[in-house]
Write a protein that binds this ligand. Structure first.
Ligand code: NDP
Length: 240
């Protein structure tokens, strides 16, 4: 059995592609999800990857879920904090609830996911932390004050963990996808989708597998000197 990798939100969308790519690369993968049992079951039936249900926004649930994964599969050596949500609204209409839900999931959820795994990584002197941020955390986005703030905050988490973990053999890196052809993006009206595509120099959406291959590389031994980096994959839409 290969190293154990945990992928939050790993049952569908970009996370599912990441789970599959890591499995194909030889890792033993645990994929988490929030509540869509049907999708999770279909994913396990299709891939043989074990799924676990907990809310990343809740520290105690995350800690208990992670402990269970480690009992079932062994110590987690690769963690991909991918679970994320949007609750879009222009700022003047954004409710405190929309703000809080997104912060709890996309920002605190990364803390809740990595924090219980971190001590074991330090003890074993190896770890890979990979956080899925977003192009909109780099450049901001209309109606996404909440989302952009969390995704920018995720980059701060990664850069700080990179410094804390380096001597302990742990790397922490972020991937910032541009617009990717997941259910979320494919569900928007065709006209809106066409206008999104019109803003992408590549003239197309990204594929979940294009993000997954970056994650698989960052998880590999070959990526051992990449630490604190942000890998952008957005078809040329934004550079830093
Ligand atoms: P999807 O909506 O397709 O999938 C989200 C996954 O996260 C699902 O497995 C979902 O579980 C899980 N999830 C959501 N909330 C929670 C929670 N509170 N606790 C545990 N699991 C949760 O998302 P995408 O694949 O589109 O996005 C994945 C990541 O990539 C996100 O962080 C997103 O912000 C980021 N991203 C996406 C882009 C895109 O174009 N799609 C662009 C840039 C960044 P369940 O199935 O049970 O709901």
């Amino acid at each position: 059995m290969g190293r154990v990798a945990l992928v939050t939100g790993g049952s569908r969308g970009i996370g599912a592609a990441i789970s599959k790519a890591l499995k194909a690369a030889g890792y033993t993968v645990a994929a988490t999800y929030a509540g869509n049992d049907e999708k999770a079951k279909a994913f396990t039936d299709e891939t043989g990857i074990k799924t676990y249900k907990w809310n990343v926004a809740d520290y105690d649930s995350s800690k208990a879920g992670i402990a269970q994964v480690e009992v079932d599969l062994g110590p987690i050596e690769i963690v991909v904090a991918n679970a994320g949500i949007t609750r879009d609204a222009p700022f003047h209409k954004m409710t405190p609830e929309q703000w809080k839900e997104v912060v709890d999931t996309n920002l605190t959820g990364v803390f809740n996911t990595v924090h219980p795994i971190w001590p074991g990584m330090r003890e074993r002197k190896f770890g890979r932390v990979i956080v899925i941020s977003s192009i909109n955390g780099q450049k901001g986005q209309f109606a996404q004050v909440n989302y952009a703030a969390t995704k920018a905050g995720d980059l701060g988490i990664v850069k700080s963990l990179a410094q804390e973990g380096a001597r302990a053999g742990i790397t922490a890196n972020a991937v910032c996808p541009g617009y990717i052809a997941t259910e979320m993006v494919m569900a928007v009206p065709e006209k809106v989708r066409e206008s999104i595509i019109g803003q992408i120099p590549a003239g197309r959406l990204g594929e979940p597998e294009e993000i997954a291959r970056i994650v698989a590389f960052l998880a590999s031994d070959d990526a051992g000197f990449i630490n604190g980096s942000t890998v952008s994959a957005n078809g040329g839409q934004f550079f830093v």
